[in-house]
Design a binder for this molecule. Sequence first.
Ligand code: NAD
Length: 362
Amino acid sequence: MTVPIDFSYETRPVRVVFRPGAVVSAPPDEAGRLGLRRLLVVCGGRGESTARTVADALGDACVGVDAEARMHVPVEVADRAVEVARAAGADGCVAVGGGSAIGLGKAIALRTRLPLIAVPSTYSGSEMTPVWGLTEHGVKRTGRDPVVQPRSVVYDPELTLSLPVPLTVTSGMNAVAHAVEALYAPDGSPLVALMAQEGVRAMTGALPSVAADPQDLDARARALYGAWLCGACLGSTTMGLHHKLCHVLGGTFGLPHAETHTVVLPYVLAHNAPAAPRAVAALSGALGAPDVPRTLWELAGRLGAPRSLAELGLKREDLRIAAAQVTGLPYANPRPVTADGVLDVLTAAYEGREPDSSGTPE
Ligand code: NAD
């Protein structure tokens, strides 16, 4: 590996606890370390029973459970949760669930500056980032603020045993997408590159085992470990075309988050590959395969994930609108973002055809 001679890397204070059963044992310890005595537990409707387990474990240190979390954090849901936190006199929050629950915890932290403990149950990686998102009138705004970064993250692989295989696969690919874009990010570093490669290796190695036996705790642990590393990559770098495209497809067209990442990733990577040879070499090493876009595309197909935007409900006439929205934004990407280039990527992803890894610019 060649070490670049010009980079910066910022370490943010976050404690990670990783062990089976931690969902019950760790939150009280983490609250104690942070000096928190009045915690509001937030979750989505489907995660309520786990959240209640966390609340019971916290005992008197829990002042309530708010089970209102929804995808993309609607601003009215965030407003209500802030009111609940204030009315209860909370001095901190525990978010239990996937990116949606953690997103609600971050929205509360953004408004109130209350410290957040995250107990993730998917591989979205949100728990490792200072990135928040809020949706108002159908438009999702995102931003970075260190105040929303969880201060403690509790990873419990047992919590992910219930994650259905289709969501396991797409959520895992969502994590891989963070590592992929971190490898060609303008603010990457050797440490991020190591985390990205190890994260991709762990996640792509674990997913087939989890799909074959969703109760395989060892494979679940490897996937969650990969999610941690990929999430840390997302938190440390600036994402490019892939994340912008998925943001627009989710925000404007309502496409599901993890599934959209899974479909789009091989095509953006095939598009960017000629301009990011070091990232491709690193990924090739992590995957043990020369053709990275095709390997990811085949893995998704083999594990039963959706492989076309048409399957996710996008209309062909939406492609141009999405391409225009993504092209109009200034952001870093290894290859210049042109309307024609993005439309080619979107059209291939819409049709779900085999990604063209020839490296030929369109
Ligand atoms: P999600 O949190 O919406 O969860 C998807 C579904 O899975 C929900 O119905 C949930 O109840 C269910 N679920 C979660 N964990 C489960 C488990 N262990 N067993 C059974 N069911 C379970 O989806 P997600 O993909 O984790 O998160 C997507 C959201 O997170 C999006 O809004 C996205 O924008 C955001 N996100 C933010 C960041 C960031 O850094 N801010 C990073 C990634 C994702």
